[in-house]
Design a protein around this ligand. Structure first.
Ligand code: AMP
Ligand code: GLY
Length: 419
């Protein structure tokens, strides 16, 4: 079977790596891919958002399955378009991807289906939003409605900070039309856990839990990033909490989306906060997390391609999804200055030490090949994943591996997995 993966980050490298382990798959393409997917897959220089060019490519190569890693093509309706042409594809339709694409939609949906979440209010008018700021307790969280590369969420400790946040989103339009509506919500305290789930529209199968480290620097200091490292499993996601999440959050979501006429097929990502009043939902994403995929997929025992095929066919119920007990840790090596300003084009050394290593996998994110030499090409450059019998073993293994890798101005956090 021939498979195309759409995207070019660390998450897509992890998907390619996992798919490549299936004996059913004899050819993988990745569009556009990176220096890490090159070899395992054939990189195709088509941007992930050029849906018509991707469709043409899939038809010309007679590709049996397309897996969408990134959010942008999903929001643009890649799944709807491929299905119109009878090309099998894994991901939510545009109508279902709105669960990530609009925070207002997501919050109203949670409220309608009684899914525990932070109390909130939606504003379209700047003056009304400002007036509301006088009546509430701080901290609060201000969120732009639409996609903003993970930067549209601002935690405000004071009235002044909240006023600044509203001004930047609603007046200065820092995130463009993503900020034409805002959500102002209660600040929740607790441990954050990411749980991803396979969905076929009717059935939902949660994956093992993971924890992300969103801030750029040690001790959760600095700006929010796409994620500086992850580990799996979470230390706080007990069986009891998992059961509460299943009954109060996951199942109401898959059922609610069906009821709304937006059945969700694809990967549904639940961003959870474990509060003293029980688990609450922060947000949904309509795709694998990055770098959550880099710790969850190495723990998956059942062939990924079989699970995805079952989701496409609406037969997820028939699959027994199994996991390894091992722990996994992923440390992101970023370009110095990320997430603000950083340079590209630095040579990366030390990568060949990990070829064919079963316990340390270096997933590429922002990398490219310059005349055979792998060089940096983005903010998050590599995700170094290690697998161990427990979290401590995996943490040590991944930090030892990171020390073998070098590029100029390389930055990583020293406290991944210590939460
Ligand atoms: P989101 O994109 O909605 O997940 O927000 C990004 C990050 O902001 C989350 O991962 C949390 O760390 C933080 N955050 C968002 N909403 C809240 C909230 N209501 N209370 C506390 N932290 C939050
Ligand atoms: N790591 C968080 C995300 O993928 O959105």
């Amino acid at each position: 079977m021939k498979v195309l993966i759409v995207g070019g980050g660390g998450r897509e490298h992890a998907i390619v790596w996992k798919i490549a382990q299936s004996s059913k798959v004899h050819k993988i393409y990745c569009a556009p891919g990176n220096a890490g997917t090159d070899g395992l897959a054939e990189n195709v220089p088509i941007p992930a958002t050029d849906i018509e060019a991707l469709l043409e490519f899939v038809k010309s190569k007679k590709i049996d399955m397309t897996i969408v890693g990134m959010d942008d093509p999903l929001m643009l309706g890649i799944v709807d378009r491929f299905e119109e042409e009878n090309c099998p594809i894994f991901g939510p339709h545009k109508a279902a991807a709105l669960i990530e694409g609009s925070k207002v939609f997501a919050k109203d949906f949670m409220q309608k289906y009684n899914i525990p979440t932070a109390a909130y209010k939606v504003f379209q008018q700047y003056d009304e939003a400002i007036a509301y700021l006088g009546d509430i307790n701080y901290p609060i969280v201000v969120k732009a409605d639409g996609l903003a590369l993970g930067k549209g969420v601002l935690i405000c400790n004071t009235y002044q900070e909240a006023e600044e946040a509203l001004k930047s989103i609603m007046i200065e339009k820092k995130f463009g039309t993503a900020g034409s509506r805002v959500v102002i919500e209660e600040f929740m305290v607790g441990h954050e856990v990411s749980v991803l789930a396979f969905c076929d529209g009717n059935t939902l199968v949660p994956m093992v839990s993971a924890q992300d480290h969103k801030r750029a620097y040690d001790g959760d200091k600095g700006l929010n990033t796409g994620g500086m490292g992850t580990f799996s499993p979470s230390r706080y996601y007990s069986k009891d909490i998992a059961e509460q999440c299943m009954n109060k959050i996951f199942l109401p979501t898959i059922r609610g989306m069906k009821e709304e006429g937006r059945p969700f097929k694809g990967i549904l990502f639940f961003g959870l906060m474990l509060t003293k009043d029980g688990p609450k939902l922060l947000e949904y994403n309509a795709r694998f997390g990055d770098p959550e995929a880099q710790v969850v997929l190495p723990r998956l025992k059942t062939p990924l391609v079989d699970i995805i095929q079952a989701c496409i066919d609406g037969e997820l119920m028939k699959v027994n999804v199994e996991w390894y007990d091992d722990a996994a840790v992923c440390i992101v090596c970023a370009s110095g200055g990320y997430p603000v300003n950083y340079e590209k084009g630095y040579k990366i050394s030390g990568l060949n030490k990990f070829h064919n290593n079963k316990e340390v996998i270096v997933f590429h994110a922002g990398t490219t090949s310059d005349g055979g030499q792998v060089v940096t090409n983005g903010g998050r450059v590599l995700g170094v994943t290690a697998i161990g019998a427990n979290l401590d073993a995996a943490i040590n293994k991944s930090y030892n591996a990171v020390k073998e890798i070098y590029f100029e101005h390389m930055h990583y956090r020293n406290d991944i997995g210590r939460k």
